[in-house]
Design a protein around this ligand. Structure first.
Ligand code: ATR
Length: 275
């Protein structure tokens, strides 16, 4: 048996064990994946435990995606630029860190909506930790311009300066969005507005939304946020956040096993657990 896990705190609600064990089973791989609650101050010991116990791979989640970078042997370029690791691969005792959140998001968006990102103009709402990985992956996939709107302007500007290396990026004040929305192809919410239990919050005035847009939300509790409902009602094509979770796990599975992830089986079992 090959061992895997997810390290975080809190961790009891994680759907990763359910999803990855289902994937191993579907592909006939003899493996076990468990959730580990890591107390503050014990992450380094836990990471050393990966080597001692010869785990093949580990996912890392809140609040350890940044701290974990100090304890690894090698960090993939994308993860280094984003500044966070969510997937560790153990290559015979050498621990390598990757970030599959942003690329997982983009693969979900493209496969589920059919959008091609080359030359697309994006409005990014929010500039938090998730936003960094998403902005990086969108820019890498060929997005032409990224406007970043955020409650805290300084954080938006940090994000803008870091993706400026890859694509054109600009801060935009909330009041100015009405002036550019007709030029936007894709709106992505990566703020926490609208997440359960605050399901009546919305990250953008919905009267701005129109039927030429793809509107995407990284939140998946609820599965369809108020923002997406409003977008759908105005004729936009919509994309929910569940796919990002599924595909970040799919990439991890693929890095660990070298096999294609059984996306459909993974999606089904996660959906079942949420409804
Ligand atoms: P994550 O790692 O999930 O992205 P985060 O780093 O805390 O979480 O980022 C949360 C995002 O939601 C930020 O863009 C945050 O805006 P600030 O940078 O101004 O904090 C945004 N956000 C959270 N609550 C908000 C609110 N009530 N109004 C507007 N934006 C909010």
């Amino acid at each position: 048996t090959t061992f895997y896990g997810v390290f975080g705190s809190p961790i009891s609600h994680s759907r990763s064990p359910l999803m990855l064990n289902r994937a191993f089973q579907e592909n006939g791989i003899n493996a076990a994946y468990a959730a580990f609650h890591i107390e503050q101050g014990t992450l380094k010991a836990a990471i050393d435990g990966i080597r001692a116990l010869r785990f093949r791979g580990v996912n890392v989640t809140i609040p350890y995606k940044v701290e974990v970078m100090s304890y690894l042997d090698e960090i993939d370029e994308g993860a280094r630029v984003i500044g966070a690791v969510n997937t560790i691969v153990n290559e015979n005792g050498k621990l390598i860190g990757y970030n599959t959140d942003g690329i997982g998001y983009v693969r979900s968006l493209c496969e589920e909506t059919g959008i091609s990102l080359q030359g697309k103009r994006v409005l990014l709402l929010g500039a938090g930790g998730a936003g960094r990985g998403i902005a990086y992956a969108l820019a890498k996939a060929g997005a032409e311009i990224v406007w970043v709107s955020n409650r805290t302007e300084s954080k938006a500007n940090e994000l803008v300066s870091y993706i400026s290396l890859l694509t054109e990026a600009k801060y935009i004040a909330a009041e100015a969005i009405a002036g550019i929305i007709d030029k936007v192809d894709l709106v992505v919410n990566n703020t926490s507005l609208g997440m359960y239990p605050n399901i009546n919050e919305i990250p953008l005035d919905p009267s701005l939304l129109h039927d030429k847009l793809v509107v995407s939300d990284i939140i998946y509790t609820p599965m369809e946020t108020l923002f997406l409902k409003e977008a759908r009602a105005r004729g936009a094509k919509t994309h929910g956040g569940l796919g990002m979770f599924i595909y970040q796990g799919a990439y991890a599975f693929e890095y660990w096993t070298g096999q294609n992830a059984p996306i459909q089986a993974m999606r089904e079992i996660v959906l079942q657990s949420l409804t």
